[in-house]
Design a protein around this ligand. Structure first.
Ligand SMILES: C[S@@+](CC[C@H](N)C(=O)[O-])C[C@H]1O[C@@H](n2cnc3c(N)ncnc32)[C@H](O)[C@@H]1O
Length: 215
């Protein structure tokens, strides 16, 4: 008698969910925690960081696994600060409102006082802070991520094939400098668009999750 047919998938290891990584380059965001908190609603618009983090990590009554968010704050007297939130390792961060999230960002900035260039410190479970620039961060991410620069003039996200771990690069209200686009191109980054309207970074994150959730 022939052995019953067992579908291959029954023995295959469970498919690993790709990580979704978001990098928000916040060119106007102060690296001093008090200045950051005092500038909500003003020109620096640090609320963009909270909104982007909220939409990247949280869903109703839960959070999304397999998401990493790097917030790069660039208004600084010494070094940019890259704060990394790893949703798989994060514990209670005290709520998802703007004040709570900015509080976590401020805590990471306080933890980074006195750090030298390219150092890293843990802040709390799932949160680290580094004195790393956007350029160096992206160079490191390019080694094991597919890089995408969010840009209205790029290829529609609906036409884009995603293999491996996608990493989406966004800015606050200040555009990416032109020379950055060239160095990102050299790292293999592709421009992708979410339609013709200029959106907030946090709105882009929602639409990216929506598109990837369908696949
Ligand atoms: C408020 S926008 C930045 C606005 C900035 N003044 C500029 O000209 O780039 C914030 C981020 O969302 C991205 N973005 C906004 N609308 C988009 C769209 N329709 N498609 C793709 N990315 C978009 C931008 O590229 C940027 O990274």
């Amino acid at each position: 008698m022939r052995a019953p047919h067992v579908p291959r998938r029954a023995h295959a290891p469970p498919a690993r969910t790709p990580m979704r990584t978001f990098v928000l380059r916040a060119r106007a965001a102060p690296t001093d925690s008090q200045a950051l908190l005092a500038s909500v609603g003003k020109e620096a618009h640090p609320e963009i960081l909270a909104h982007t983090l909220m939409n990247a990590v949280f869903v109703a009554q839960s959070h999304r696994p397999d998401v990493t968010v790097h917030l790069v704050l660039e208004s600084t007297r010494d070094f940019s600060r890259t704060i990394c939130f790893d949703a798989n390792a994060m514990q209670d961060i005290g709520g998802f409102d703007e004040q709570a999230l900015l509080g976590r960002i401020a805590k990471a900035l306080d933890a980074s006082r006195g750090m030298g260039k390219d150092e890293m410190r843990p802040v709390e479970p799932g949160v680290t802070v580094r004195t790393t620039s956007f350029e160096r961060l992206v160079q490191a991410l390019a080694e094991d991520h597919q890089l995408f620069v969010m840009d209205r003039k790029g290829t529609s996200i609906r036409e884009q094939v995603f293999d491996g771990n996608p990493c989406f690069l966004l800015t606050d209200h200040i555009p990416m400098p032109k020379k950055t686009f060239h160095s990102l191109e050299r790292l293999g980054a592709k421009k992708i668009a979410l339609g013709p309207r200029m959106l907030f970074a946090s709105q882009c994150v929602v639409l990216i999750h929506y598109e990837l959730d369908q696949r």
